[in-house]
Design a protein around this ligand. Structure first.
Ligand code: FES
Length: 64
């Protein structure tokens, strides 16, 4: 668990570390896949860009 763990999707109340855990556990690589596995990005869509950034970070820095 990260010390600073901001809520990324306000609609579903899902935090950055929860999204990273999901990406790692299920080997997800797109926002659509993450949305299929959780409530993220299912409502207003304001979090989509933030989720794309997290995906880039995970794969660029090989946090897997
Ligand atoms: S903030 Fe994620 S769907 Fe609204």
């Amino acid at each position: 668990m990260e010390k600073f763990d901001p809520v990324i999707c306000e609609c579903a109340n899902i935090t950055r570390s929860e999204i990273i855990d999901l990406i790692k556990k299920k080997k997800l690589s797109t926002v659509v896949e993450i949305a299929d596995e959780s409530d993220v990005a299912g409502m207003c869509g304001a979090c989509i860009e933030k989720i794309e950034n997290i995906l880039n970070e995970v794969y660029t820095h090989l946090l897997l």
